[in-house]
Design a protein around this ligand. Sequence first.
Ligand code: TRP
Length: 332
Amino acid sequence: MSKKISLTGIKPTGAPHFGNYIGAVRPALEMANSDEYEGIYFIADYHSLTSVHDPKLLNEYIYEVAATWLACGLNPDKTTIYLQSQVSEVMEFNWILSCFTSKGLMNRAHAYKAFVQKNEELGRDEDQGVNMGLYTYPILMACDILIHKADVVPVGEDQLQHVEISRDIANAFNHNYKKELFKLPEGMARKGVMLPGLDGRKMSKSYNNHIPLFLDEKKLRKTVMKITTDSTPPEAPKDPNASLVFDLFKFFANESQQAELAAWYKRGIGWGEAKDELFKVMNNEIGEAREKYNHYMSNKHLIDEILHAGAAKLRPGIQEYLKEVKEVIGVR
Ligand code: TRP
């Protein structure tokens, strides 16, 4: 029996930080390397186009994201990786599926609704800044999923609704033609691992409390030193369970390292020392990947080759599928 297909898209909207790494990259790669599924991971550049309108930036983001995943352990011989815009058949599917998507379904999509709500809160016209790409975002996402006959779609919790929408669209189509042409995908929520940022809130670029993933050693150390701490003197015993530095440490350290640092906390540790320990485990986690990342970023043709190969491998099957769909709907 052939393996089930696990598919996910990565939207390139900026260089990944440690929060993305812990929350998305690391768990997705564990799954990709687990042998349980046949993995297809793609870079959703057309989804970024809904908000990124600067060509240099978009291009940079694509490379940064591709290089990050490759550097962190995505093996392109095992998991197919491609660039969404290089499988242009998805755009034909996009129109076809648009014609089976009710406008009401799009009105109810969380991402769009949140945008409108924010406009209302700010007293603006509700559609201000809403382009049609943002509005129909879930249709393109459904196409991404359905063209591969994906079985499971591992995503963050915020994207589960979009996977549900894919099922609705596929159902509407199948129902109309009385044919199981599209496979209904299952959303799979990644566990909500949430890394705190420099100030203790969720690490996020929008809070400006993030630690970029591939800073060089010196800058990484400097950034780690910015973590918020209180003014308890170095010699005072400290509670590891009430410490942001220790919270972060746990994501990168093994059990014996955690026990050792906890003991040091109880004996009394200076915040500079605690942060230095954190820096060491973070640097250890990412050090090898950083070298690979830098190698890819200074040899971008390597990334291009991998992405091209991924698209080339998948396109013939997708073209055949498209032909089948076109026959069913009655176009040529
Ligand atoms: N919308 C997803 C996100 O913002 C990215 C994405 C695009 C995606 N197409 C997809 C995820 C298809 C899963 C399947 O994270």
